[in-house]
Design a protein around this ligand. Structure first.
Ligand SMILES: Cc1cc2nc3c(=O)[nH]c(=O)nc-3n(C[C@H](O)[C@H](O)[C@H](O)COP(=O)(O)O)c2cc1C
Length: 208
C-alpha cells in the first residue's frame, strides 16, 4: 500500500493533530480526492447557532483556476502549490431561502415551520451585510474544524485571509452577498512548519 493510500489508517487523535499543526506553504503535487472529501465531511459536522449551517465550500483543483486564485491572493504561491485550495465561505441568503432544510427531522413539519419563523424573527430585520457577518462567524468554526481534520488525516494546510474578496467571488461565480472566511490550501507537506510561538495560557486567561 502506498503512503497516500495509507493515510486514513493513520489518523491522529485530536490532541496530536492540534499539537502538530503548523502552517505549510509548500505541498506535494497530489492527494487522493477521497481524503479531501473526508476532511470536508468532518468539517461539515461543526455546530452552528440555530443549526443554520451557513458555511459553503468551493474546492479549487483546476490548475488554471488555481493560477487565477493565486493572482487574487496577492500572488501567494501556496494557492497553486497545494493540490486543492478550499474557499470557505458563508451564504446567509441561501440559509434563509432554505430554512426548512436545517430543521432536525425529529421535529417534523412543525419544526420546519418553527425554523423559518425563528430565522425570520432573528434575521428578517437585519441588513444583508449584518447577517452576513453573523454567518461568517459560524463559518470560522468550520474553518477551525477543517484545520484539525486536515492534520488528523495526515495532511497540512495554511489558513489565508490575504486575498481580494471581490476578485475571488468574480472568479468563482459567487454572489456578492456571500462572505469568504478563508482560503485553505490543503495537501501533503513538502516543507517543515515552524514550532508554535503562542501566548501562555496565563497571559490570555483569567478566572472570575
Ligand atoms: C485567519 C488567518 C489568516 C491567515 N492569512 C494568511 C495569509 O494570507 N498568508 C499566509 O501566508 N499565512 C496566513 N495565515 C497564517 C498565519 O500567519 C499563521 O497561522 C501564524 O503565523 C501562526 O503560525 P502557525 O500556523 O504555523 O502556527 C493566516 C492565519 C489565519 C488563522
Amino acid at each position: 500500500m502506498s503512503d497516500l493510500q495509507n493515510t486514513l489508517t493513520r489518523t491522529l487523535p485530536v490532541k496530536e493533530a492540534i499539537e502538530s499543526r503548523s502552517s505549510i506553504r509548500q505541498f506535494e503535487p497530489s492527494m487522493p480526492k477521497e481524503d479531501l472529501l473526508e476532511i470536508l465531511r468532518l468539517a461539515s459536522l461543526a455546530p452552528s447557532a440555530f443549526n443554520a449551517q451557513p458555511a459553503r465550500f468551493v474546492v479549487v483543483e483546476n490548475p488554471e483556476t488555481k493560477g487565477k486564485l493565486q493572482a487574487a491572493a496577492y500572488g501567494q504561491k501556496q494557492v497553486t502549490s497545494a493540490p486543492y485550495t478550499i474557499v470557505v465561505y458563508s451564504d446567509m441568503e441561501d440559509v434563509l431561502a432554505t430554512a426548512e432544510e436545517t430543521s432536525h427531522p425529529a421535529f417534523g413539519d412543525e419544526g420546519k415551520t418553527r425554523q423559518r419563523q425563528t430565522f425570520e424573527g432573528a434575521f428578517g430585520g437585519q441588513s444583508v451585510e449584518n447577517r452576513a457577518a453573523w454567518a461568517n462567524a459560524q463559518a470560522n468554526i468550520v474553518l477551525g474544524y477543517l484545520l484539525i481534520a486536515t492534520r488528523s488525516l495526515g495532511y497540512d494546510s495554511v489558513p489565508m485571509l490575504g486575498f481580494e474578496p471581490n476578485k475571488v467571488k468574480e472568479l468563482l461565480g459567487l454572489p456578492a452577498h456571500v462572505q469568504i472566511a478563508a482560503l485553505l490550501p490543503v495537501g501533503k507537506a513538502a516543507e517543515q512548519g515552524k514550532s508554535h510561538h503562542r501566548h501562555s495560557v496565563d497571559r490570555i486567561t483569567r478566572f472570575a
